[in-house]
Design a protein around this ligand. Structure first.
Ligand code: ADP
Length: 601
């Protein structure tokens, strides 16, 4: 029996009883049209699918008692051959590489009701790639004829200018919290055609009125509450999604709530797909969270087969809960899926992933080809496509003007990203000096929630900003990011680890040649000009392996040399990069196959 846990992780938030809380009476939605009563199967638009017969119907894995209910059949390899693969009739070894083939069986999938529950979505509440993924994937699923809705927190600092028709949709949502309940209002609005619900709690906890998205002491409580509120909203509004797709540690409790509480209240037909965008942050806390969330029975939840953290006694791990209780777990590239499970990069979750390997795999992210399109991007000085790539140089000039860089013949090498140690900041710093000393200009756009890291880069900026070949911009600025993607020649991504990475994908879309370290999704998407195993016309960048100054220098030097000495070759690389399809088309189908695999049939 697990010991009574100490609350050694995260801080204790105020109890809900400090807030205005009352036991709720279940209320009806205020506005039926916007709260799900209209959720008939969405009309299917024509999407071609290959129908392949399946040997036997799948029994969806149910996560309630995870060990006992590990799927009997091994589901399919997310990166196997997309062509017909017979469903294994015998249990396969616990190896998602070969075992997950049947997820790719393309049978006719009916229109599904899909609800994404996420802490972020571009462009309204974007911190990093997760926001882009939710934005792009949900649209792809909707285009394919599914009814897709997104539940988000209503942050005070959101980009409200991107929300159309924001209105109160569900007035009296009472969300159980400690021994009372917190009153919430749910708003509905369209974000570039996506149907979004925003949850606004009214309590002294002020969960989402902090002027920022993350980095608060009570983050675990904020998002545990959000997850509970999202589930309560589904219940009270009468929504009965086929698939609940949730993201990262923030929503790791969603499947836990589903199978421990809401299954018995009418949501028993929903199935959960859980996508992990970054294993580094797992949402750890002590046992008081169980009191807050109504997940009593500490001995049950602290069990190491459920939420009990494997390495910290007395800690609950929300991401682990998400893995254990979900029907399917993905991360955002095949290489990263292997790295975290088999190569010690799972930040302590390796054995959980091995236990649950039959329902685990990697699906490479895409990017939204409408949102990231150099041919229609209004933030550019000149729009262009692969046929008019010469116009990229108008953007280079505009970028130089904006950042007061010298107008010369040098290539511009850029880095855009969160200033997090994960991104290989030492190598970024080294590359800045290497580039300006070796005939290139360097532009950095980045910010960190960590004051000491920001201060470090401010210091660096002051040190080198006088150099006409270098500009560091510390902050988050999407408009500038777009001009950098378009106006640069190369994009450096020297990450220590990179689950997928979107910056290299966006760069390629804009004809900017990526120079990357061969980890995670970077290894899956960038193929070295000189040393790749892929055909010449698929090579699209420069890749180095070693996490060292020599590694990054060698790759940059090869790229800079090619730019000067073989401009035709460099142009080919740019065009190869632009022509590679990293849209949501293929990954969208993969997720639909997963949904179909786990849905209640
Ligand atoms: P991560 O999710 O680890 O932050 P990704 O490469 O997956 O990294 O996604 C980063 C996304 O955030 C990209 O869309 C990138 O353009 C954007 N981004 C990162 N930092 C900034 C910044 N300082 N200003 C504008 N956009 C940024």
């Amino acid at each position: 029996m697990p010991k009574k846990p100490a609350t050694s992780f995260g801080s204790k938030p105020k109890k809900a009883s400090d807030s205005k809380t009352v036991k709720p009476a279940r209320k009806k939605p205020v506005n039926r049209a916007e709260t799900g009563k209209d959720q008939g199967p969405a009309k299917k638009k024509a999407v071609k699918k290959r129908a392949v017969k399946r040997a036997s119907p799948k029994v969806p894995a149910k996560a309630k008692s995870p060990r006992a209910e590990t799927p009997k059949e091994a589901p399919g390899n997310l990166h196997g051959n997309l062509e017909s693969v017979e469903t294994p009739t015998q249990p396969e070894p616990v190896n998602s590489e070969q075992a997950l083939h049947n997820v790719f069986l393309h049978e006719e999938v009916p229109s599904l009701n899909v609800v994404h529950i996420s802490p972020e979505m571009a462009p309204v509440s974007k911190v990093g790639g997760l926001a882009d993924v939710v934005y792009g994937l949900t649209q792809e699923l909707a285009i394919r004829g599914n009814n897709v809705e997104i539940i988000l927190p209503k942050y005070d600092n959101m980009r409200y200018d991107h929300i159309y028709g924001l209105c109160e949709s569900f007035h009296d949502l009472w969300v159980p919290w400690y021994d009372g309940a917190i009153h919430c209002t749910v708003y509905f609005g369209f974000v570039h055609e996506r149907k979004c619900f925003f949850i606004e709690p009214h309590s002294q906890d002020n969960f989402f009125n902090r002027g920022k998205y993350y980095g608060e002491q009570d983050d675990v409580w904020r998002f545990a509450f959000f997850s509970r509120a999202a589930m309560e909203f589904l219940l009270q509004s009468g929504k009965r999604p086929d698939i609940i797709h949730c993201h990262d540690w923030h929503t790791g409790l969603v499947p836990v709530y589903l199978w421990e509480i809401y299954e018995h209240m009418g949501l028993g037909n929903s199935r959960v797909c859980y996508t992990i965008h970054n294993f580094k942050h797992q949402g750890m806390c002590g046992g008081e969270l169980l009191e807050a969330t109504g997940l009593h029975r500490p001995e049950h939840y602290f069990d190491k087969s459920r939420l009990g953290d494997d390495h910290h006694d007395g800690a609950l791990n929300l991401m682990k809960g998400g893995i254990v209780y979900s029907n399917f777990v993905t991360t955002v590239s095949p290489t990263h899926a292997r790295e975290v499970r088999d190569m010690g990069q799972g930040f302590g979750l390796e054995s959980t992933l091995q236990t649950h390997a039959p329902k685990y795999g990697g699906v490479l992210n895409g990017i939204d080809y409408e949102a990231w399109n150099p041919q229609s991007d209004k933030h550019l000085a000149a729009q262009y496509n692969a046929d008019t790539v010469g116009k990229k140089y108008d953007n280079k000039r505009a970028l130089r003007e904006r950042l007061l860089l010298a107008d010369n013949e040098k290539p511009i090498i850029a880095h855009i990203g969160r200033l997090d140690p994960q991104k290989g900041l030492e190598l970024v710093r080294h590359a800045i000096f290497h580039c300006v000393n070796n005939g290139a200009q360097f532009v950095l756009l980045g910010s960190s929630p960590e004051p000491s890291i920001n201060a470090y880069f401010w210091h660096l900026k002051n040190e080198i900003n006088e150099n006409p070949d270098c500009h560091l911009e510390i902050g988050f600025d999407e408009d500038l990011a777009r001009l950098i993607y378009a106006g640069s020649d190369m994009m450096l991504v020297p990450s220590r680890f990179e689950p997928c990475g979107l910056t290299q994908l966006i760069s390629m879309r804009y004809g900017t040649v990526p120079v990357v370290r061969a980890v995670g999704g970077l290894a899956d998407t960038v193929f070295d000009k000189d040393y790749s195993h892929v055909e010449l016309n698929k090579r699209n960048g420069y890749v180095f392996h070693e996490d060292s100054y020599t590694g990054v220098e060698t790759a940059l030097s090869r790229a800079i040399a090619c730019y000067y000495q073989y401009p035709d070759h460099f142009r080919h690389l740019m065009l190869n990069a632009m022509k590679t399809d990293y849209s949501w088309n293929v990954p969208g189908q993969h997720y639909l196959n997963i949904y179909n695999h786990i849905r209640k049939k």
